[in-house]
Design a protein around this ligand. Structure first.
Ligand code: FCB
Length: 442
């Protein structure tokens, strides 16, 4: 089937996404304070290629050129994140105007080009000063996040189309404090559960504050969700599936959309459960205007952790290509959680692209990945899910966290030696899809 715009609901938004630390560079410019990723990258063995985000895609300087490329790509919207340490270098107190000015220029630059700005307040670059007092494991950080949300919303809330509080709180808690793969690199489940609770509390507090400011932007949160499938019907595999679903999905979905933690997981976490104060869950479960869903793959679960699905195909991250999981996830969100309108805020794939000698980088596997996942979104919409937009991850190849520059996700190839951006076939394919005239038959 050839995918066309006609397969999507009216007004559906096509965009692409990036995040501050992954593309901006300029880590010491215009008063930016250090973030936990600056620190983490300097710890030996943390980043696969020993790199860091000091320069990344140099987007802090090349932003106008990048916005021109976005205009050429033809996207309706662009999702970016703001670096908290540019705006409050010490994580609290004084505002660094130069930092805020950068995002104001970016926002206005998008609007001038007819592209809707979709802002994310927190995509993992916590000011180091806040980590020094315990990071998200410290309840006070939720209140500092609330202050920061107010500062940004006061300035930009009438110009950006949408504000998401957090990107993927699962990554900023479990992956960072329990699994230890992301900054601050701890392996302590109790701290991870405290961090998860305070992230959600920070989200809820910020939602209240931003609502009261009554700006035009739609308000919500972005979760990474990975539907879990059991390798067999055996009880041990089914139990493992239930745990995986609780650990990656329900621990966040239930408090936010049902106002309580899942009982089975509460029991399973035993002595590690977080301190929940009266009123917290009411704050956390405040109404969202939208839910952002980041989907890359499913988890395939067995009790021994060894099972692999037969005949599966994998990306360069080692993630299974499984588009049907996205349709099923969207249906579940609507049916079980009665979610607000959904945006796919990230979806994409890494492949080992090579620049070659031509003017375009050939990435047929990524084209196929986008095609099948967009078709999965269209399928969910056809089955009645209120899904309103899709953001390809990512606009540019960039600093892929613990993988450094060794994983490329862009619609544009970045030649890091020269900072050239080179179109990939996937970029051209997306441009063609978005550029299709919308006829009256829809
Ligand atoms: C998501 C992150 C994003 C990027 C992609 C590949 O978890 O939000 O920054 O790293 O994965």
């Amino acid at each position: 089937m050839t995918l066309t715009r006609q397969h999507f609901p009216e007004g559906f938004i096509f965009g692409t996404a990036t995040s501050s630390y992954q593309i901006e560079g300029a880590v010491q410019e215009d008063g930016r304070g250090p973030s936990i990723w600056d620190t983490f990258c300097r710890e030996p063995g943390r980043i696969r290629d020993g790199s860091n985000g000091d320069v990344a895609c140099d987007h802090y300087h090349l932003w106008e050129r990048d916005l021109d490329l976005l205009a050429e790509l033809g996207v309706d919207a662009y999702r970016f994140s703001l670096a908290w340490p540019r705006i409050q270098p010490a994580g609290s107190g004084a505002v660094n105007e130069k930092g805020l000015d950068f995002y104001e220029r970016l926002t206005d630059g998008l609007l001038e080009r007819g592209i809707q700005p979709y802002a994310t307040l927190y995509h993992w670059d916590l000011p180091q000063a806040l980590q020094d007092v315990g990071g998200w494991a410290n309840r006070d950080v939720a209140h500092r996040f609330n202050d920061y949300a107010r500062i940004v919303t006061e300035r930009l809330g009438d110009r950006v189309a949408s504000i998401a509080t957090l990107n993927e709180p699962w990554c900023s808690s479990f992956l960072s404090y329990d699994i230890g793969e992301h900054a601050p690199g701890l392996k302590n489940r109790k701290l991870a559960l405290a961090a998860a609770h305070h992230l959600m509390l920070g989200h809820g507090l910020a939602m209240q504050t931003m609502r009261e400011l009554n700006k035009k932007a739609a308000l919500g949160i972005v979760l990474n969700l990975s539907p879990a499938y059991a390798a067999s019907l055996a009880k041990e595999d089914q139990d493992a599936r239930q745990f995986a679903d609780g650990y990656s999905n329900r621990w966040f979905l239930d408090p936010i959309f049902k106002g309580g933690y899942p009982a089975d997981m509460w029991d399973a976490f035993g002595a590690d459960i977080p301190e929940v104060r009266d009123g917290d869950l009411k704050i956390i479960s405040a109404k969202n205007d939208f839910l952002g869903v980041n989907y890359y793959t499913r988890s395939f679960v067995s009790a021994d952790g060894q099972a692999r699905p037969e005949g599966a195909e994998y990306t360069h991250m080692g993630w299974e290509v499984y588009p049907a999981g996205l349709t099923e996830l969207l249906l579940r969100l609507q049916n079980e959680y009665h979610t607000p309108p959904i945006y796919i805020t990230e979806n994409g794939a890494a492949y080992p692209d090579e620049r070659g000698t031509g003017s375009t980088v050939h990435d047929p596997q990524r084209v196929a990945y986008y095609q099948s996942h967009l078709a999965a979104v269209a399928d969910a919409a056809r089955q009645g899910v209120d899904v309103r937009g899709y953001f390809a991850w990512s606009m540019l190849d960039n600093f892929e966290w613990a993988w450094g520059y060794e994983r490329r996700f862009g619609l544009f190839y970045v030649d890091y030696a020269t900072q050239e951006r080179v179109w990939k076939d996937s970029g051209r394919w997306y441009q063609a899809l978005i550029g299709q005239a919308v006829t009256a038959t829809r």
